[in-house]
Design a protein around this ligand. Structure first.
Ligand SMILES: Nc1nc2c(c(=O)[nH]1)N[C@H]1C(S)=C(S)[C@@H](COP(=O)(O)OP(=O)(O)OC[C@H]3O[C@@H](n4cnc5c(=O)[nH]c(N)nc54)[C@H](O)[C@@H]3O)O[C@H]1N2
Ligand SMILES: Nc1nc2c(c(=O)[nH]1)N[C@H]1C(S)=C(S)[C@@H](COP(=O)(O)OP(=O)(O)OC[C@H]3O[C@@H](n4cnc5c(=O)[nH]c(N)nc54)[C@H](O)[C@@H]3O)O[C@H]1N2
Ligand code: SF4
Ligand SMILES: [Mo]
Length: 698
């Protein structure tokens, strides 16, 4: 009996699991891997159920009538599928130019696949058109981290450091539902008397166990941070020595926060002056202390500046680079971290290099064996690409790997219309997702337990995904698909479908870059329970903790950046009087294309529920469990109500794990952050009324 040590396929915690092939099904158990230490959440426990699920895609599918998406999908050979893809690519390139063929990737892809996808678009297609779903996830915090610290590594320290912090400020993060096994570190701290302050418009499970819960109006986290810094200045809580020796730019920030006096911030955010004062005093005096942000703070049209404001606060208090202390952002998808380092972002080359930097182009072009001049310039971001599909100058042939944007993109009704306007849509997935159902060509891909590769978890720890069983006979890995396509386009010599070969090339391509993987090998990962990047040489130990002595900026100093509060793009008004925010439930993952097929998860959470305060329910004339209709400027959707006395009465919350008329993204606002191009998933104006048919009324 062979036991394979690998990792859960879902979130960025990448819990260690052991798989044992058994009849009728693979046995899955947690391991003592240093992040989960024997823990797993309900999604992880049930992940193996999807390996032999009856819905699994087992052959390519194509439309019965080519070019007619109203005709049914039928089974096809890989040759037939390739034929349709290659014909459409050649036609589109000839008629509209190379950028008319593009790809949309995902933060769930292994490093090897994300790297190959980026290279495939630039070298295989000669196109600038690539971006990925991480734009909807990490982009704001990533941009802020790069600006302030010169690097974007979600947590600059191992998760275990969280247990040693005496004060933790969690802003828009709900790890109790999003990463349950990570709570052991928070719980360990709490058991030692640590005080955790959770900033969330809802009283989540995370907030319920914390020392304090601050409940701001969605989209006001920046004002909150500037308000905390204002108090820190007034009360002499700054680390003046740290500011002088390790940072630049504080004066501009000091000037900017001068107008964020506590009474004003209380009015803007709804958080009391007393809570503001206590929070900043704890952060400054009950050390070590940490500030962690997640999507609640970041998924706004001012998300970058908001993350920046918390970085400013952390720097002003001298937290960054000290033991059990600092600022971190909690990365989301399985390979959300690695997926944003190696080139599936529109502006990026492997190793977190910039596509518009001549030296970076020269380095990567040399590794790839092409002329730097052949590499395209940066393309546009995810939503900008989706918004222009099928239009003049937009992408007309799109390959989608590892995203279900018909459910998860903002203003999804519009995105679905744009997907329909494509000349050819190709989707590679495990199951027929809502996006795959719109495709001309659907490709079956291998699952996590059927392939080799590496993932980089939320700590920047590079780990190995290992093969426990072979994929079904006609199913291929994404690497095989891309290599086969490159061959048919006459570019085969640039690509390999062997993960180890790809990883070794990635190491060379990343060498000398910010996300330097040069010294990481499959063997070291195995021997050392993961290796933390940057790791520039095989005899380098890797870097679990960053910033102890210096910052990877040109002058070695961290940068303060002045930021000002701006209202969310859409504010409540007479017609749309409430704020809609969105996020996660524990039992479902993302667009739900995987977890909605797991019996135990769907029994425990069969449908989306909109959380609203009982007082709001009474005002609207709806009871708990009634169906309600939510309407925004973009569309409407139906949800069953769940009364939650722990949510602000002016705010409602809905999860985004379902499609069709239960897709909350029919409602969300695609207003983009000007720096990161993150949409405003976490705040838009909404009207609520009892559902027309009043089904389910009790
Ligand atoms: N069960 C489950 N776990 C997951 C995932 C999943 O889909 N399901 N996805 C993974 C991924 S990709 C990600 S990115 C992470 C996300 O992990 P989190 O960011 O922790 O999850 P969210 O639920 O999106 O948002 C966190 C909290 O933000 C709050 N919030 C909403 N608006 C605001 C606001 O304006 N300000 C503040 N301060 N808070 C606000 C919400 O009420 C919510 O409780 O989870 C990962 N883990
Ligand atoms: N309203 C609202 N919308 C949101 C968010 C929110 O908080 N609110 N959060 C945003 C965030 S943080 C994220 S990360 C996105 C995520 O949203 P999506 O990009 O839609 O993420 P998934 O549902 O994980 O989609 C991954 C798809 O790829 C498939 N898949 C899994 N592994 C592989 C693989 O190796 N290869 C291939 N080819 N396919 C694979 C899965 O079956 C699934 O269909 O949603 C965003 N959308
Ligand atoms: S916390 Fe994340 S990695 Fe761990 S078992 Fe759950 S989904 Fe998997
Ligand atoms: Mo995410």
């Amino acid at each position: 009996m062979t036991v394979t040590d690998t990792h859960c396929p879902y979130c960025a915690l990448q819990c260690g699991i052991a798989l044992t092939p058994e009849i009728p099904r693979v046995r899955l158990e947690p391991t003592e891997f240093p992040v989960n230490r024997g823990g797993l959440c309900a999604k992880g426990w049930t992940a193996a159920e999807l390996l032999d699920h009856t819905d699994r895609l087992l052959t390519p599918l194509v439309r019965k009538e080519p070019g007619d998406r109203t005709s049914p999908l039928r089974e096809a050979t890989w040759d037939e599928a390739y034929e349709r893809i290659v014909t459409a690519i050649r036609r589109s390139q000839a008629q509209y130019g190379p950028d008319s063929v593009g790809a949309f990737g995902g933060g769930g892809l292994t490093n090897e696949k994300a790297y190959t996808l980026g290279k495939f678009v630039r070298v295989g297609l000669g196109s600038a058109s690539i971006d990925y779903n991480g734009r909807f996830c990490m982009s704001s915090a990533a941009t802020a981290g790069n600006r302030a610290l010169g690097i974007d590594r979600g947590l600059p320290f191992p998760l275990e450091d969280v247990a040693g912090a005496r004060t933790v400020l969690l802003v828009g993060a709900n790890p109790a539902d999003a990463m349950p096994p990570s709570m052991q570190y928070l719980d360990a701290g709490r058991a030692e008397g640590a005080r955790h302050i959770v900033v969330d418009p809802r009283r989540t499970a995370t907030a319920a166990g914390a020392y304090r819960h601050l409940q701001p109006l969605p989209g006001t986290d920046l004002a909150l941070a500037n308000g905390l810094l204002h108090i820190a200045i007034r009360e002499g809580l700054l680390d003046e020595e740290y500011i002088r020796d390790r940072t630049t730019g504080f004066d501009a920030v000091r000037a900017a926060v001068a107008s964020y006096w506590p009474e004003r911030v209380e009015r803007m955010t709804g958080v009391s002056e007393a809570d503001l004062r206590e929070t900043v005093r704890l952060l400054a005096t009950e050390r070590p202390s940490m500030i962690l942000t997640a999507r609640g703070a970041e998924q706004h049209s001012n998300g970058t500046d908001t993350a920046q404001a918390y970085l400013n606060l952390a720097l002003a208090l001298g937290l960054v680079g000290r033991p059990n202390s600092g600022y971190g952002t909690i990365t989301g998808q399985g390979n959300g971290q690695g997926g944003r380092e190696h080139g599936q972002k529109a502006d990026q080359l492997p190793g977190y290099r910039r596509l518009d930097d001549p030296a970076a182009r020269a380095h990567v072009a040399a590794v790839w064996g092409v002329d730097p001049g052949e590499l395209p310039q940066p393309g546009v971001s995810a939503y900008e690409m989706l918004d222009r599909l099928g239009t003049e100058g937009g992408v007309r042939v799109l390959l989608v790997l590892a995203s279900n944007m018909a459910v998860s993109a903002p203003h999804a009704g519009h995105v679905i219309d744009r997907l329909r306007a494509l000349d050819l849509l190709v989707v590679s997935d495990i199951f027929l997702s809502e996006t795959a159902a719109l495709a001309d060509v659907v490709l079956p891909t291998a699952q996590w337990a059927e392939e080799e590769g590496t993932m980089t978890n939320l700590e920047g720890r590079v780990i190995r995904r290992k093969m426990a069983l072979p994929p079904p006979p006609d199913v291929r890995t994404d690497l095989q698909f891309l290599t086969g396509l490159a061959e048919r386009l006459g570019r085969g010599k640039f690509f390999s479908d062997d993960p180890r070969t790809v990883f070794d090339e990635l190491r060379r391509a990343s060498a000398g870059g910010i996300a330097d993987y040069a010294g990481i090998t499959y063997e070291r990962i195995e021997a050392e329970q993961g290796v933390f990047w940057p790791c520039p040489a095989e005899d380098h130990p890797g870097t679990p903790r960053l910033f102890a002595d210096t910052f990877p900026t040109p002058d070695g100093r961290a940068r303060f950046i002045r930021v000002e509060h701006r209202d969310p793009h859409e504010m409540p008004d007479h017609e749309f009087p409430y704020v809609l925010t969105t996020g996660r439930n524990m039992q479902q993952y993302q667009s739900g294309n995987q977890t909605r097929r797991v019996g135990a998860l769907t029994v425990s959470l069969p449908e989306p529920r909109v959380e609203l305060h009982p007082d709001l329910g009474r005002r609207l004339g709806v009871a708990d469990s009634d169906m309600v209709e939510l309407r925004t400027r973009r569309g409407k959707a139906l949800f069953r109500a769940r009364f939650n006395p722990g949510i602000r009465a002016d705010t409602v919350f809905a999860p985004f794990h379902w499609g069709g008329d239960q897709a909350v993204n029919l409602l969300t606002d695609p207003a983009l952050d000007r720096h990161s191009k993150m949409p405003a998933f976490k705040a838009c104006a909404v009207a609520i009324c009892p559902a027309p048919h009043r089904e389910g009324t009790t």
